[in-house]
Each structure stands twice: as structure tokens, then as C-alpha cells.
Design a protein around this ligand. Structure first.
Ligand SMILES: Cc1ncc(COP(=O)(O)O)c(C=O)c1O
Length: 378
């Protein structure tokens, strides 16, 4: 049965449980066939009401902050794989408590925290993030290999032998990429770091593997992973975020007003691109709206206006079969990954509610936000 938008309060992010399960089943198949561990990157998707389901299929989760690590322990019931650009001394004891694996971004940080790791009552497997200086990411904002990137250690800074106590390497250079980009990236990783791959137990190939996008060549990915496992006798870990939440839900909004802006019809919505869909402005990209197309001459056409006072908080233009009216529902597609985790209350605008369209075709409202949320942040 199709999701019934009339049952969903506006504005809301709504995830379809059956679509999430479909993604997880696919990722689990890749895990089983490749022998890799796939873990969820919370930075892209951390709707923790779904964590029990996620953990039925995936091998755990990865954190990039103390809060994410704690959420993994509390809501997924496992220890986190943790990587942060830098760890704070005051937080490090808790980081160790919440983590099974900790990856360091520099040799300085490793040397600083190594004594604590060695004294910890439970063994923590430690790794270093490397920078292979090769990425196929067109937006610099999302490219960890831009010149001067602070993310990862370049080969010239590492000797011929990994420091004592380091068991893994971590490379994250993909962003919504396919397995062929991974293959080309591996050429650079193996060229620069190949000798070190023989010294490790695990290689974490980061996120950006968009395995749930239509057309992704899973057999090719599986081949890459098997080759790595067999050549170097290592565990391979993938930590996608986007791929888990990809195409699993929507942002439901309502038209509050329609204004004639010097000849352009602008529908002002109860959501904001800047506050609720920030990637649309950052990446940037034009999100799909149900029942709308790009502008078509002769059809009712609107620019979508966000509810903040930011001049650039709009997206255009969209054509509909019928003219829009105040009170109409506008549904933005694929608004689950990198949305809820990035919202702000800029301008004091409220946050959309969060809900799940369950597999039994009922809507469950999980979260509603109010003045307290806004006030707590400032
Ligand atoms: C270190 C690391 N791992 C994993 C991810 C998740 O990437 P994605 O959501 O593109 O799969 C990111 C995203 O920026 C990241 O920085």
C-alpha cells in the first residue's frame, strides 16, 4: 500500500520502514558475499528508532564524535568504530568506553593518547587515517583530498613500519561514488600504502559507497573486496551513511502563502532549505518534489520559498499539473540522509517532526519539537 500523506503532520520527515529494510537487505547481501563488514555512519543517518532494525542486518556503526559514539552504545547496543579529526583530552576516557576501534587522524594524536589506550582495561583496536591524495569528488566541500586537506596522513609522513600498536588503516575519499571509483582509488592506496597493508589487521574504506543507488554494480564491489581480503589477509570495513537512508523517505511540507515576486510565483512553505534541507544549498542540488517537474512552459510553475528570512532560502523552479493553493501539501523526495542530522533552528524556525511509516501501514510519530529545542541551543 502507498503511504498516506494525509495522515502525516506538516512539516515532518517520514521514513518508510519497508524501504529502509530493502536497503538493509541489500547491504547485508553484499556483506555476506564479500566478507566485508558494513557499518552505519551516524553522520549521515542517525534516526535511532531504526537502530534495532539496522543492527539486525549490519555489523554495527561508526561515530565521529562522543555524542555519536554514546548513541551507538545506548541505542544500537554495540561498541562504536570511532574516528574524529581530533580527540579532546577531557572526552577521551569516554571515547574509549564507547569504542571497539579508534582511528587517529595524525601521529601526534596517536602518540598523545597511546598511553591511555595501553592502560585501558579492554583492548581497543587502533588505526590511522591515511590520505591517498586521490578522490573523484567534484564539490571541494566534500573532497577530503583537496590540497592542504587536514583529513588523513599522507604517505611522506609515515615510515616503512607502522607505529607499534597500530592495527588498521582508514581511508575515506568517496562521496556518492560507485565501485569503479573505488577500484581507481585502490590503485592509489595500494601504490602509496601497499607495503603497509601487509602490516595491518583491518582496512576501513570509509563511506561514500552508494550501494543502494540503482545501477550500482555489486558484483564488481564484491570482487574488489575479496581481492583485498585475499591479497593482504585483512578484514575490510565499509562505513556508508547515505546508502542506508538513500531513498527511504520524505519531507512533508505545506504551502503557507503564494506571492507574486516581480513576475515569479513563489510558494512559501513551512520548511526551509537552509535549516531543514541544507545539502540542497551546500551541494547544491535540486530535490525532487512529488507530482512536479522542472519548469515547463505553459504549466503552473513556482519557485519554492523557505520560511527563513535568508534571501537565498529558495529553490526553483517547479511545474505542476494544477495550480498550487495555500494549504496544499508539497512532498520533497529522498529527505532522510543528511537532513535530520544537519538541521538548525536558524531564524528560530521550528524543526520538522520525525515519524515512521511502519510496515503495517500505520504512521508512528516519533518526535515533535517546540520552543524548548530552540532555546536549548542558544
Ligand atoms: C570518515 C567518514 N566515514 C563515513 C562517511 C559516510 O559517508 P557517506 O554518507 O557518503 O556514505 C563520511 C562522510 O562524510 C566520513 O567522513
Amino acid at each position: 500500500m502507498a503511504i498516506n500523506i494525509a495522515k502525516i503532520p506538516s512539516p515532518s520527515y517520514v521514513l518508510e520502514e519497508k524501504l529502509l529494510r530493502r536497503n538493509l537487505e541489500l547491504l547485508n547481501r553484499v556483506q555476506n558475499e564479500s566478507g566485508a563488514q558494513i557499518i552505519l555512519a551516524l553522520k549521515g543517518f542517525s534516526m535511532y528508532a531504526t537502530f534495532p532494525m539496522v543492527y539486525k542486518y549490519l555489523s554495527g556503526a561508526t561515530a565521529s564524535s562522543l555524542n555519536e559514539a554514546r548513541l551507538i552504545v545506548e541505542e544500537m547496543g554495540c561498541l562504536a568504530h570511532t574516528y574524529c579529526p581530533a580527540y579532546k583530552p577531557v572526552e577521551f576516557a569516554d571515547m574509549m568506553r564507547y569504542s571497539s576501534h579508534i582511528t587517529f587522524n595524525s601521529l601526534n594524536q596517536w602518540n598523545q593518547f597511546k598511553p591511555q589506550i595501553e592502560k585501558h582495561r579492554r583492548k581497543i583496536s587502533c588505526g590511522l587515517r591515511i590520505n591517498p591524495q586521490y578522490a573523484e569528488v567534484s564539490t571541494d566541500m566534500y573532497n577530503p583530498c583537496i590540497p592542504g586537506s587536514r583529513l588523513g596522513i599522507t604517505r611522506d609522513l609515515l615510515g616503512e613500519k607502522l607505529p607499534e600498536g597500530i592495527e588498521g588503516l582508514h581511508s575515506h575519499t568517496l562521496c556518492e561514488n560507485d565501485s569503479y571509483t573505488l577500484e581507481r582509488t585502490l590503485v592509489h592506496i595500494e601504490e602509496k600504502f601497499g607495503d603497509l597493508l601487509h602490516q595491518i589487521k583491518w582496512l576501513n574504506l570509509g563511506g561514500g559507497h552508494l550501494m543502494t543507488r540503482e545501477g550500482y554494480d555489486h558484483a564488481h564491489l564484491i570482487k574488489q573486496i575479496k581481492r583485498l581480503r585475499e591479497t593482504y589477509h585483512i578484514e575490510v570495513i565499509l562505513e556508508p551513511g547515505s546508502a542506508i537512508g538513500w531513498q527511504t523517505g520524505y519531507l512533508v511540507s505545506t504551502v503557507l502563502d503564494i506571492v507574486d515576486a516581480q513576475g515569479i510565483d513563489v510558494a512559501i512553505l513551512d520548511v526551509s532549505f537552509a535549516a531543514h534541507m541544507p545539502d540542497t544549498l551546500e551541494m547544491p542540488y535540486k530535490p525532487r518534489i512529488w507530482g512536479a517537474t522542472d519548469a515547463v512552459e505553459g504549466k503552473p510553475t513556482y519557485r519554492m520559498g523557505g520560511m527563513t528570512c535568508l534571501a537565498g532560502d529558495f529553490m526553483g523552479d517547479y511545474s505542476f499539473d494544477q495550480p498550487l493553493k495555500i494549504g496544499d501539501t508539497v512532498v520533497f523526495d529522498d529527505m532522510i540522509h543528511y537532513t535530520m542530522v544537519k538541521t538548525t533552528t536558524f531564524n528560530g524556525v521550528g524543526l520538522p517532526s520525525i515519524g515512521i511509516w511502519k510496515e503495517n501501514d500505520e504512521f508512528e510519530l516519533l518526535k515533535k519539537f517546540g520552543f524548548r529545542t530552540y532555546k536549548d541551543r542558544i
